[in-house]
Design a protein around this ligand. Structure first.
Ligand code: ADP
Ligand code: ZN
Length: 741
């Protein structure tokens, strides 16, 4: 009997560097509840074999897991009698497709984590255990349908080669076409009419040209980058491409960095795609996400609108991927592994499916621009807004100069106050942006200069006032959420404590005092505790029920406020960075997004920036005097060999003991530095926040040359770290971050 055994390798949802081997004896139906009444060949065959992608229940280190079969028919590396038999084949669960497996492996290799960790991200526990028989049945049904479809397509192609003028053949073609459409679910009576955007809108000549360039890139098989200011009509182009794709019977993935505030887009797409549109993001319930996953697995002609995790849905027959706001750092997953970037992973996914991909942004990342410059991507540009509204006028106010002239009133300059008054008098709306929430970002003792910091993180505590005096004032850590009552006295010397600087809460107070009759609202993560409430704030502002909206980054995302005339950024300096090489790029992107927010359609808007360093190159980019790719930003990156001129891998060491963090990171550094290395090493150094959640952090930064050796270099680094962890018994402290943002 032992000869009948098949040996298989299994991917377990764990941080495991290898795939354990199990045996399986064919012919035994491991799953007692095999779907009855399904006596097709496929079903019979299914119950007797185990195939790549099948889900199997196995025991590993004393626990049971549901894993995924990787290779079958392998030669066992250990004595066969030591190899465990699998417990069961979970036939009620849908099989993992070749494309999914390929993506898992590619992501694991690129982001230096295990395939199991990727698998866990793709199939969170709840998703696996809850899957229904139905899914497997539907999958088989879909497989059968796909087979039929490709047969039909072949038949059609042959028919068309003949003489289509002949009546009989024409009839046959028509019949085959109808059947094919029915199989694709594209018949109107199915309740999902084929989207017809062509009748709805006409593209402008500029849009037509951009569309042509994108299609040219697709023909060449390279990604297209669509660069266009907010309101230039990018979404219309995406919609057009998506419709064309669905009409061919293929599927579409439309990615956005965050969905919470992207509802406007969802509604807009709903109009065109109806029931074909599925939203997918982490804010949805597990059950909903599971439903979506099941539909994606079996449906044809779908369009998923989702955040980065929608990459791991069981996509098939994918024709197009759209990555909107491609520059957005929310595409990057911080934790846990895989620490992937949704944009770059989408490019991998497109490669696996051989499908088209378009990245879009008003302010593309330097990485993507660089890829265009080197010919890896093709660029299409939309230079004007669709409604021909002029770009907002820009005014940069030097706060240091104003202060000297007695031109400041708290956080606002008199110049800005005058602009606000004028705008309100004309019935326009105002948005004020400040990068820090809270009343004061920090407090300090006026006597001894003491600044309280979080006991768990090396971050100064922010002062939060209660609005109505119901709760006392508190000091809050914005890194970990730690909070403590604030009595106003210094814990060191009993001196008086004063707030340093102004956060959104204080600005709201100042603005309320300056404009007592204006209707003012604030949107930051303090006021937006619930999604419903934040939506309400946004809704009121877009309906004109609020005059002034004060907020943090949250206000930048995806709204269209037709009556917004004035946008002002207060203390823009906090956006410019010293520590982070990407900070200036991010600042330019953020400011550009703000500019795009004001003065849409009829009236020209005004964009005010208050800063203490008006000479900074970022402002020259915003003023339109320089392209970002032509500025010192890119030159600096080259000089210091930062991305896009190299690849960065951060190795983070976290330890509750500062001494051990230092010792271990220095040791690891020594190992990584020894011999001839294909990378430059910096560190170990302390990041700006060098303690988080009671862990001391040290970073080793590797700059890798961009060449073909990337994969082998990464393997080498990975091996060195694994060996170090084993030798020092130091697992669980090291985090690898590839392409940190
Ligand atoms: P973006 O995605 O670049 O911000 P949108 O696609 O949202 O730009 O377009 C901005 C506005 O112009 C929207 O109100 C959109 O409906 C309108 N618009 C864009 N292209 C067209 C078109 N070809 N015909 C009619 N309206 C259009
Ligand atoms: Zn903290």
């Amino acid at each position: 009997m032992a000869d009948d055994k098949i040996y298989i390798s299994v991917i377990l949802p764990l941080r495991l560097e290898w795939e354990p081997c199990y045996s399986y004896t064919p012919g035994i139906s491991c799953f007692p509840g095999t779907i009855k009444g399904e006596e097709t060949e496929a079903a019979a065959e299914d119950t007797e074999t185990v195939r790549r992608g099948d889900r199997v229940r196995v025991s590993f280190a004393g626990r049971e897991y549901v894993g995924t079969v990787d290779e079958t028919g392998i030669l066992p590396q250990t004595a066969p009698d030591k190899i465990k038999e699998i417990i069961s084949v979970e036939r009620e669960m849908a099989r993992v497709t070749e494309e999914e497996l390929a993506l898992w492996k590619q992501v694991a290799e690129y982001y230096m984590c295990t395939v199991g960790e990727v698998c866990k991200a793709a199939y969170p526990a709840g998703k696996i255990s809850g899957e229904k028989k139905l899914a497997a049945m539907q999958q088989r049904e879909a497989e059968r349908r796909n087979k039929k479809m490709s047969l039909l397509q072949e038949k059609l192609a042959k028919l068309r080669e003949k003489l289509p003028k002949e009546g009989k053949i024409r009839e046959k073609i028509a019949a085959a076409e109808a059947e094919l459409q029915k199989l694709q679910g594209l018949m109107p009576e199915e309740g999902n009419p084929v989207p017809m955007p062509d009748d709805r809108i006409m593209l402008s000549p500029a849009q037509d040209e951009a569309l042509m360039k994108i299609k040219e890139a697709f023909r060449k098989g390279i990604p297209a980058l669509l660069k266009g200011v907010t309101g230039s009509g990018k979404t219309e182009i995406y919609t057009r491409l998506a419709c064309e794709c669905i009409r061919k019977g293929q599927n579409v993935l439309y990615m956005v960095p965050e969905i919470a505030l992207g509802r406007q887009l969802e509604m807009r797409l709903q109009e065109v795609f109806g029931a074909r549109l599925m939203a997918f993001h982490s804010g949805e319930t597990m059950a909903r996400r599971r439903d979506t996953a099941d539909r994606v697995r079996t449906a044809d002609g779908y369009i998923v609108l989702g955040t980065r995790s929608s990459i791991f849905l069981p996509h098939h027959n994918l024709g197009l991927i759209i990555v909107d706001e491609e520059h957005d750092s929310s595409y990057k997953q911080d934790s846990p592994a895989p620490r992937y970037n949704g944009r770059d992973t989408a490019v991998m996914l497109a490669g696996i499916h051989g499908c088209d991909i378009v990245l879009g942004s008003a302010t593309p990342s330097l990485e993507s621009l660089y890829n265009c410059m080197s010919g890896k991507y093709a660029i299409a540009e939309l230079k004007e807004r669709y409604h021909h509204a002029e770009d907002a006028e820009i005014e940069i106010i030097d706060t240091i100069a104003e202060r000297k002239k007695n031109g400041m009133r708290g956080s606002l300059s008199i110049k800005l106050i005058e602009h606000i008054s004028e705008t309100l008098e004309e019935g326009g709306q105002v948005m004020l942006f400040r990068a820090r929430r809270s009343f004061s970002p920090a407090v300090q003792c006026v006597e001894c200069g003491f600044i309280p910091k979080c006991p768990h993180c090396n971050v100064s505590l922010s002062l939060h006032k209660s609005r109505n005096g119901a709760t006392p004032e508190r000091l809050v850590c914005h890194s970990c959420g730690y909070s403590t009552p604030f009595g106003g006295k210094c814990p060191e010397c009993e001196g008086e404590m004063k707030g340093l600087g102004a956060g959104t809460q204080k600005i709201e107070e100042e603005v309320s005092a300056l404009f007592p009759s204006a209707r003012i609202a604030r949107l930051d993560s303090d006021t937006a505790q619930s999604a419903v409430y934040s939506k309400d704030i946004v809704r009121k502002f877009s309906k004109g029920e609020t005059d002034i909206l004060i907020g943090t980054q949250m206000v930048t995302k995806g709204f269209d406020f037709p009556n917004l005339r004035l946008v002002a950024v207060l203390q823009a300096d906090t956006l410019l960075g010293i520590q982070d090489f990407r900070a200036d790029e991010k600042a330019a992107q953020l400011l550009e997004q703000f500019r795009g927010r004001c003065g849409r359609r009829e009236k020209r808007g005004l964009f005010v920036i208050q800063t203490s360093s008006p000479e900074h190159p970022v402002y020259r980019i915003i003023a339109g005097n320089e392209k970002i790719e032509e500025t010192s930003l890119l030159a600096e990156r080259k000089q210091f060999s930062y991305p896009p001129f190299s690849r960065v891998i951060n190795i983070e060491i976290r330890d509750t003991s500062e001494q051990r963090a230092m010792l271990m990171s220095t040791k690891l550094c020594g190992i990584l530095e020894s011999g001839h290395t294909p990378y430059a090493l910096t560190g170990p150094f302390s990041p700006s926040v060098d303690k988080a959640a009671d862990n001391y952090i040290r970073i080793i930064r590797l700059n890798l040359r961009k060449d073909r050796q990337l994969v082998s270099t990464k393997r080498r680094i990975m091996n060195a770290i694994n060996e170090f962890e084993a030798a020092e018994k130091y697992s669980g402290h090291i985090v690898i971050d590839v392409d940190p943002v």
